[in-house]
Design a protein around this ligand. Structure first.
Ligand SMILES: Cc1ncc(COP(=O)(O)O)c(/C=N/[C@@H](CCC(=O)O)COc2ccccc2)c1O
Length: 363
C-alpha cells in the first residue's frame, strides 16, 4: 500500500527470490543439521566466512582471510563490539549528516562523538584534522544519506590521515555499495590500506533483506588478536541456519544473479520516479545522490518547512523521512529536503505517491 512506499528503510519482499532461499535453507538443514546441536565459532562458521571473504575480494577488492571476519546480527552490534577493541579514550568522528542511529549508539555507550562536516566528496579532511577524532566512521561508497561517492584522491588523503598518528582507525561502512547506476564501483578503502588502519563493515540488509540481520566486519590482524583475547567469551549472534543458507545462496550463484536483477529493476524504478517527480514539480525541486543506492534526496524550493511537509503527507497516509533525522550536532540546511527510497516503490504506486507528495508540499 502507498503508506510506506517512499520509505528508505524497507526492501521489497516481492523481488526477493524466496523459493531459491527456501531451497538453500532446506539443503542446509538437511545436510548440516548436526551443527545446530552446538554453539558454532563465535565469529560465525568458518565455511561461511570463507565464502564471504571470496565474495568481498571479487566484488569490493577487500583483502582478508576468513579468520579476520566477524559475523554479527546488525551493524550496531558489531560496532559495539568494535568499541571494546579500540582504546577506551578513543574519540569517534561521524559524518554530518550521517547515520544517526550509529551516533546515538556510540553516545549511549558513553563514547565521545564529534559530528564532522562533509562535502560532495564525502568527509572533509580539514574537518577531520581540526577535530580531536582518532576513529573515523565513514561511508565512502555512497555517503549515507547524501549519496556522495568518495573519489580515490580523498580516500588516499584519509589513509594518510590514519597513518600520521598512532591509534587512528577508519571504520569503512560499505553499506549500500552494491547498487551503482551511473557511477562505476570504486574499490574499498580496506583494499588500499597497507597498515591495518581500516575496519571494513558490511551488511546483507540492502542487497537481501534487513530482516535477515546478517552483517559482518573485517578486522585488521592486530585488532583480531585483541578480539581473540578480550572477546573470546562471546557467542555468535547470527542464527546458524541463516549463516548456512546465506553460504549456499552465494555459492550457488543466486546472490550474484539477485544483485544483477535488482540493479536493473531499481535502475528503472529510480528513473521512472525521478521523471514523474520532475514532470509534477518542475524546477521547484532538485534531486541529488541518485547515482547509486536505493534512495535519493529531493530539495524543495518552497517556503513550507520539512516538518510541515512531513505532517501534511502523513495526514494523507504518505510516510516521509526528512534530512533533519540525519543531523546530530547541527541544524539541517534550507530548503526542506526529503530522503525518498524507491526499493519498495512499485511503479504502479508512483503516480498516487507523487500526487500525495505534491499536495503535502503545495496544498
Ligand atoms: C550507514 C548505515 N550502515 C549500516 C546500515 C545497516 O545496518 P544493519 O542492517 O544493522 O546491518 C544502515 C541502515 N540504514 C537504514 C536506515 C536507518 C535510518 O534512516 O534510521 C536503512 O536500511 C535499509 C534500507 C533499505 C533496505 C534495507 C535496509 C546504515 O544507514
Amino acid at each position: 500500500e502507498v503508506r510506506k512506499s517512499f520509505s528508505h528503510m524497507s526492501a521489497d519482499i516481492d523481488v526477493f527470490p524466496l523459493e531459491k532461499w527456501l531451497w538453500c535453507e532446506e539443503q542446509a538443514l538437511r545436510k548440516k543439521k548436526e551443527l545446530l546441536e552446538e554453539y558454532v565459532d563465535p565469529q560465525g562458521l568458518y565455511s561461511v566466512r570463507k565464502t564471504i571473504a571470496q565474495f568481498l575480494s571479487q566484488s569490493r577488492g577487500v583483502r582478508c582471510y576468513p579468520e579476520q571476519i566477524v559475523l554479527g546480527s546488525g551493524t550496531q552490534l558489531l560496532t559495539r563490539q568494535l568499541t571494546k577493541l579500540l582504546p577506551k579514550e578513543a574519540i569517534y568522528g561521524l559524518e554530518e549528516p550521517g547515520y544517526q542511529r550509529m551516533y546515538q549508539l556510540l553516545k549511549s555507550e558513553g563514547r565521545v562523538v564529534s559530528a564532522l562536516e562533509i562535502d560532495q566528496k564525502g568527509i572533509r579532511i580539514d574537518a577531520l584534522e581540526t577535530s580531536e577524532a582518532n576513529v573515523l566512521l565513514t561511508t565512502p561508497s555512497h555517503q549515507f544519506p547524501t549519496g556522495a561517492i568518495m573519489p580515490i584522491s580523498r580516500r588516499i588523503q584519509l589513509l594518510n590521515w590514519a597513518n600520521s598518528a598512532p591509534d587512528r582507525y577508519i571504520v569503512e561502512d560499505d553499506y549500500d555499495s552494491e547498487y551503482k547506476y551511473d557511477a562505476d564501483s570504486i574499490p574499498s578503502l580496506q583494499g588500499m590500506d597497507g597498515a591495518s588502519r581500516v575496519i571494513y563493515m558490511g551488511t546483507f540488509s540492502k542487497s537481501l533483506l534487513p530482516g535477515l540481520r546478517m552483517s559482518y566486519m573485517v578486522l585488521p590482524i592486530p585488532l583480531l588478536e585483541v578480539y581473540r583475547k578480550s572477546l573470546h567469551f562471546l557467542m555468535s549472534s547470527c542464527s546458524t541456519i541463516t549463516q548456512l543458507t546465506l553460504q549456499a545462496f552465494i555459492e550457488t550463484g543466486e546472490y550474484q544473479k539477485h544483485i544483477k536483477k535488482t540493479t536493473k529493476l531499481y535502475r528503472s524504478r529510480r528513473a521512472v520516479l525521478i521523471e514523474k517527480l520532475q514532470a509534477k514539480f518542475g524546477d521547484t525541486i532538485s534531486v541529488k545522490g541518485e547515482k547509486s543506492g536505493l534512495h535519493f534526496l529531493v530539495s524543495f524550493r518552497v517556503e513550507r518547512s520539512e516538518a510541515e511537509i512531513k505532517r501534511r503527507a502523513e495526514e494523507r497516509g504518505l510516510l516521509l523521512y526528512g534530512i533533519s533525522r540525519f543531523y546530530n550536532q547541527s541544524a539541517p540546511p534550507r530548503p526542506p529536503t526529503l530522503i525518498l527510497g524507491f526499493a519498495s516503490m512499485r511503479t504502479t504506486q508512483m503516480d498516487e505517491a507523487v500526487e500525495l507528495l505534491y499536495e503535502a508540499v503545495f496544498r
